[in-house]
Design a protein around this ligand. Structure first.
Ligand SMILES: *Cc1c(COP(=O)(O)O)cnc(C)c1O
Length: 323
């Protein structure tokens, strides 16, 4: 498990490099929920997702020698972009391995940041094999996308900031894939407010954490295309941290259909005037679909990213995405 102090330390460490994202009221969602609902605008980070927090918290703890060897990771796009950005800022170099499921716009931004890009296979697992090969061959330093102390502590700073801005928070809705974000946020929030609920939200199409929690051990699920592409991939059959933390700290994981996710993206745009990607919209979508109800106090929803292909976004806004 991650110590609360590790999250506090992460916050100080990364303060100069990441945005302390605003937590803003949503009148429309507050009306639907019957309690005050606020949105944590993590998609405002310079790389368009919260992943910058974990990436900087890891990279800032590497030695000079490690940084000069270069870093490597597997990614569905946003962690790769964050790591490439952090590597460039700190004078290191990143290699990013991704599957063919990663949207082209995400790959492009990673290339733009000067990273070496390897597109391998059609799942995170296959891309991870390329990471393992390159680590062995080139002694690159691996910065995992979620199952890592420093990454989880970095993502947990989102929870600290929510607590600071909303000390009476009763429920936090957090997108879930590998579980680094929700584990970190839950560790932060429950340290100060043990009775607050932390609910994970993910898509029906390939919900590895949900299936694993139901079964009591990490499970492999088939990876499928989804509007919430950033939530794709497994949790690792040898998961060390996020599975156990989710078992202990996350109150429930809720699943959404593709059309529910599309409705979340549309609501974000039309009512909140925010452009978010599928994964970033699932908290809003869960509330709209009434899949999380019975709120006992103020709600915070993490909008985790905005790196959606803009043609796809236009199609969704125009109701043209078949789901
Ligand atoms: C990575 C990511 C998530 C999920 O984070 P995990 O730590 O893997 O659970 C959610 N939303 C966006 C936009 C992401 O990039």
């Amino acid at each position: 498990m991650i110590e609360f102090s590790a999250i506090r330390d992460a916050r100080d460490r990364i303060a100069d490099h990441v945005l302390s994202a605003p937590l803003v009221a949503s009148p429309s969602l507050s009306e639907i929920a019957g309690v005050s609902v606020h949105l944590k605008l993590e998609h405002y980070q310079p790389t368009g997702s919260f992943k910058l927090r974990g990436a900087f918290n890891s990279m800032l703890q590497l030695t000079e020698a490690e940084r000069s060897r270069g870093v490597i990771t597997v990614s569905t796009g946003n962690h790769g972009r964050a790591l490439s950005y952090a590597a460039r800022a700190l004078g290191s170099h990143a290699t990013i391995c991704m599957s063919r499921l990663v949207p082209e716009n995400k790959v492009l931004e990673i290339r733009r940041l000067g990273a070496d890009v390897h597109i391998v296979g059609s799942s995170q697992d296959e891309a991870q094999q390329e990471v393992d090969r390159l680590v062995a061959e080139k002694q690159l330093v691996m910065v995992p996308p979620f199952d890592d102390q420093d990454v989880i502590a970095g993502q947990g700073t989102v929870g600290l900031e929510i607590l600071d801005a909303m000390p009476d928070v009763a429920t936090v809705l957090v997108p879930v894939s590998g579980g680094g974000l929700v584990a970190g946020v839950a560790a932060a929030v429950k340290n100060k407010r043990p009775n607050a609920k932390v609910i994970g939200i993910t898509m029906e199409r390939g919900a590895a954490m949900k299936a694993s929690l139901a079964c009591g051990r990490p499970l492999q699920v088939e990876e499928l295309p989804s509007l919430a592409d950033a939530l794709g991939g497994g949790i690792g059959l040898d998961n060390k941290l996020t599975f156990a933390m989710c078992q202990a700290l996350v109150d429930d994981v809720v699943l959404l259909s593709e059309s529910e996710i599309a409705a979340g993206i549309r609501h974000a745009y039309e009512k909140e005037r925010e452009i978010v990607e599928g994964a970033g919209a699932v908290g809003i979508a869960a509330l709209l679909a009434r899949k999380v109800t019975g709120f006992s106090g103020p709600v915070a929803i993490v909008l985790s990213g905005r790196n959606i292909d803009m043609d796809l976004h236009r199609h969704i806004i125009n109701g043209m995405v078949p789901t």
